[in-house]
Design a protein around this ligand. Structure first.
Ligand SMILES: Nc1ncnc2c1ncn2[C@@H]1O[C@H](COP(=O)(O)OP(=O)(O)OP(=O)(O)O)[C@@H](O)[C@H]1O
Ligand SMILES: [Mg+2]
Length: 231
C-alpha cells in the first residue's frame, strides 16, 4: 500500500437538467492506494454512485482532477478513458448489468471483447474462453457456464458479474451496492468471495454500501454527505 491508484483532487460534478445546474459533488479529495479496500458510506443522494462513476472513468468531472495510477485522466478523450477503463477497472453493480441473451460464459467473455480488436479476439478465443471458464470456476459456477441470467439465482448472477469484472485483470474494482439486491446469507457469500479475490490479487477495492458491518471489513471508511466527504 504505497502509491495511490485512484485519486480525486477537488472533484466537482454538476448535472444539468434543462436550465438547472444540480451540484452533486462539491469538492471531493480522495485517494485509494494500490491493494487498499475503502468503503464509501452516505445517505441516499449523497453522491456516492456519481463519485464511483467519476473515479472509474465512466464520467468526467465538471471540475477538479482525477488521477489513475499516477496519470491524469480527467482531460483524456472519451475513447482514451474507455480504453483505460476496460483494461484496468472492474465494475460490479447492484443489479448485475448482465446481457440477458448471453450465457454466463459469454457475459464474462464480453469483457475481453471490449479490450481487443475483433481479429485479436478471434485469434485468442481459446485462451479467452479458458480464462473466463477458470474465473467462473473460481466463483463457484463451473457447472453454470451455459446458463443465461434468467436461469441463475441473484447470488449466482452477481458471481458472474464478479468474474466479468476480473477477466481483464484490473488494478481496481469498484462495486456499487453489490449485495443490495441479495438476502443476507447470499450477500455474505458474495462479499467473502470479493474479499478473498481482492486479497489474492492485491486489488484496490472501492465499495459503496449502506451496510455498516460490511463497511467495517474494509481498511478504511469514507463518509459522504451532500456531495462532500465528511470523515
Ligand atoms: N444523470 C443525472 N442527472 C441529474 N441528476 C442526477 C443524475 N444522476 C444523479 N443525479 C442526482 O445526483 C444526486 C446524487 O446521486 P447519486 O446516484 O450519486 O447518489 P447515491 O449517493 O449513489 O444515492 P443512493 O444511495 O440512493 O444510490 C441525486 O440527488 C440524484 O438525483
Ligand atoms: Mg447510488
Amino acid at each position: 500500500m504505497s502509491s495511490p491508484v485512484l485519486q480525486a483532487v477537488a472533484v466537482k460534478k454538476h448535472y444539468r437538467l434543462a436550465k438547472h445546474e444540480i451540484p452533486v459533488l462539491r469538492g471531493i479529495d480522495l485517494s485509494v492506494q494500490a491493494g487498499e479496500t475503502v468503503a464509501l458510506l452516505g445517505a441516499s443522494g449523497a453522491g456516492k454512485s456519481t463519485l464511483l462513476h467519476v473515479l472509474g472513468l465512466l464520467d468526467p468531472p465538471t471540475a477538479g482532477e482525477v488521477h489513475f495510477d499516477g496519470q491524469r485522466v480527467d482531460n483524456l478523450t472519451i475513447g482514451q478513458r474507455a480504453a483505460l477503463r476496460h483494461r484496468h477497472v472492474g465494475f460490479v453493480f447492484q443489479f448485475y448489468h448482465l446481457i440477458p441473451e448471453l450465457t454466463a460464459l459469454q457475459n464474462v467473455l464480453l469483457a475481453r471483447m471490449m479490450t481487443t480488436s475483433v481479429w485479436q479476439f478471434w485469434r485468442q478465443r481459446k485462451q479467452a474462453k479458458a480464462a473466463a471458464t477458470a474465473l467462473l470456476e473460481q466463483v463457484g459456477l463451473g457447472d453454470r457456464l451455459r446458463h443465461r441470467p434468467s436461469e441463475l439465482s441473484g447470488g449466482e448472477r452477481q458471481r458472474v458479474a464478479i468474474a466479468r469484472a476480473l477477466l481483464a485483470e484490473p488494478k481496481v474494482v469498484l462495486a456499487d451496492e453489490p449485495t443490495g439486491n441479495l438476502d443476507s446469507t447470499t450477500a455474505r457469500g458474495v462479499v467473502d468471495l470479493i474479499f478473498e479475490i481482492q486479497r489474492q490479487r492485491g486489488l484496490a477495492f472501492l465499495l459503496v454500501t449502506h451496510d455498516e458491518r460490511l463497511a467495517q471489513r474494509c481498511h478504511r471508511i469514507v463518509r459522504m454527505q451532500d456531495g462532500v466527504v465528511v470523515s
